[in-house]
Write a protein that binds this ligand. Sequence first.
Ligand SMILES: [Ca+2]
Ligand SMILES: [Ca+2]
Length: 146
Amino acid sequence: MSTAEQIASKRLNLEKATNFMRQYRDPDSRELKKLSANQFMEVWSHYDKDGNGYIEGTELDGFLREFVSSANISDVGPEAVSDEMLVELKACFMEAYDDNQDGKIDIRELAQLLPMEENFLLLFRFDNPLESSVEFMKVSNNTYIL
Ligand SMILES: [Ca+2]
Ligand SMILES: [Ca+2]
């Protein structure tokens, strides 16, 4: 394999890796599929790269770019989200999901954002009761618009 080919294949792998959220979307509707507890933890550990219990800073930027670009029907990369869009998105997003307003997403805040299998949701209700499942659906629907 030539050097150029190696670079090309590396880039391809990188692009696949950066579209991490895509695998959790329905290929036709682009809606998020319901996540199992395992899948949810995969998402969490993928984006909380330093494992400090928060998705923050560049982790948050990366998550938002991938989250939004994965909703696109065409196979666009995360760079399709411009910096200006990202700033605006982040403001809306944090207003909706950053419950304790610390500027970071913790695991319970992510749990409210991603659709999950019902029994798994219950785990989170003990600690941080959502107002109702209707409220949860409303929040999820807003996400699809983003
Ligand atoms: Ca982190
Ligand atoms: Ca927070």
